[in-house]
Ligand binder design. Structure first.
Ligand code: SAH
Length: 427
């Protein structure tokens, strides 16, 4: 979400006449777009923010914009007292405060420029930042902002605000404008992406949107994330199966395999319902890959409850498991009402156990692809090697002198590890 928001802002700034620089010392404007989903992310943001201070001391004209969840939709009154070198603060996904500040204070832009830029941003047209023009293969499109679920551990609803779907035509327009600029793959984003449209007057649905996006020329692949087990419809799964450009990859977090913990998290489903969902996804979409998220060490999680998660992951054999250690977030129900009573080293032990299990599972799944041919869309060349992904979102590296950027090629898999594979161009 932040990658998408930052790109949009970079694009607006270029339209106002700013240019990117790789050197913070040369910058007139620095935007720090922040995440606070776990303490580690918040610490990183604060660390970067502190490191900007000398730049400001050196160049008092530098404009520092702090954006994202460190600010939140309700604002953060103390942040500018604590970090007086911050000039302007912006809630997540909102370019307006910076554009406004620049036109008021720096006067490099006029109100009219600012308005034109903002309107373009709001209409869904997006001009890629120059550095990415002709180079960007895969782009994110936020389609649902905020979240109205109340998972007890999660700070996102209070930071990103209530759930709001972007208008249907705006999403289509953004996808068309990205495709026209050479983007081959889009990923639709939402905290519960399957709830797209439920708050819009015409009640469009994600599967309708996928059908319309599928018609856009130039786009080769379409993805969406993140799904919530309670909101995935059969119509959505059918759209994934029927439409060739929609990648057979589902990101649907379980968070815990224990029913008591799931209830305490207020996730709204049981482990049995999740298991059935996984079977249903696999039945409806042959060859699908599924990714999940798991939190270990939620308040009160016993060894037996953790074991339920372990056995379920062992049974379901997901392609990917994003693992996290529970991190109490200020303002959440679990931070207010529950004690963070699983010690850090125990959280780490559980994390490592799942990590080892997942490494085995992923190795087993990927090893089956050895000698097989898979389709890969190439996104970039890094350290002499092309990097791309299969429709099932598996990372593949290929050595080739050819220019493969943005091309889909058949690749024979020569080596498979848990997190990536290496192959060679077929033919
Ligand atoms: N709405 C999406 C994304 C949430 S954030 C979803 O429900 O999946 C991404 C992941 O961060 C979550 O899935 C969860 O596993 C993890 N996460 C969120 N809050 C957390 C917390 N307080 N401590 C540890 N992990 C957390």
């Amino acid at each position: 979400m932040n990658v998408a928001d930052s790109r949009r802002l970079a694009s607006s700034l270029e339209q106002l006449g700013y240019e990117p620089t790789g050197k913070p010392n040369d910058a007139d404007v620095i935007v720090l777009n922040t995440c606070v989903v776990r303490q580690s992310a918040e610490d990183k943001a604060i660390g970067r923010l502190s490191s900007l201070r000398p730049l400001k001391d050196h160049n008092p004209n530098l404009v520092i914009n702090l954006m994202g969840c460190l600010i939140g939709v309700r604002g953060n009154q103390h942040i500018q007292e604590r970090f007086p070198w911050v000039d302007v603060v912006s809630p997540p996904s909102d370019p307006e405060p910076l554009l406004h500040y620049l036109s008021e204070r720096v006067a490099k832009t006029t109100r009219r420029d600012e308005q034109t830029t903002l309107n373009a941003v709001l209409d869904g047209d997006i001009v890629l930042p120059k550095a990415e023009q002709g180079k960007l293969v895969s782009a994110y499109i936020p389609i649902v902002y905020g979240c109205s679920h109340a998972c007890t551990y999660c700070v996102i609803p209070s930071k990103r605000g209530r759930e709001r779907s972007r208008p249907y035509h705006e999403v289509l327009q953004e996808a068309r404008s990205l495709a026209a600029q050479g983007v081959r793959e889009i990923t639709l984003l939402g905290q519960i992406v399957d709830r797209y449209g439920l708050d819009l007057p015409e009640r469009p649905t994600l599967d309708m949107l996928l059908h319309d996006l599928h018609d856009i020329n130039g786009l080769a692949r379409i993805r969406f994330l993140t799904s919530h087990p309670s909101w995935m419809t059969d119509r959505l799964l059918d759209a994934v199966r029927e439409l060739p450009k929609i990648c057979p990859h589902i990101e649907v977090p379980i968070q815990s395999g224990d029913d008591t913990i799931l209830r305490a998290m207020r996730r709204g489903y049981t482990s049995a319902a999740y298991r059935e969902l996984v079977y249903r996804i696999r039945e409806r979409i042959p060859g699908v890959s599924i990714a999940t998220d798991i939190i270990v060490g939620f308040p009160g999680e016993t060894e037996a409850q953790f074991q339920n998660t372990y056995s379920l992951l062992d049974e379901l054999r997901m392609d990917v498991a994003h693992l996290a250690r529970y991190s109490p977030r200020t303002g959440t129900y679990s931070a207010r009402k529950l004690t963070d009573d699983v010690p850090d080293d125990e959280k780490m032990r559980r994390f490592r156990l799942l990590e080892t299990l997942q490494e085995e599972i992923a190795t087993e799944i990927n090893t089956r692809l050895m000698g097989e041919t898979v389709n890969v869309l190439f996104e970039e060349k890094k350290r002499g090697r092309w990097r791309g992904r299969t429709p099932t979102n598996k990372l593949v590296f290929v050595d080739s002198q050819e220019d493969l950027l943005g091309l889909e090629k058949d690749v024979r898999i020569d080596w498979a590890g848990p997190w990536s594979m290496v192959g060679s161009l077929a033919d």
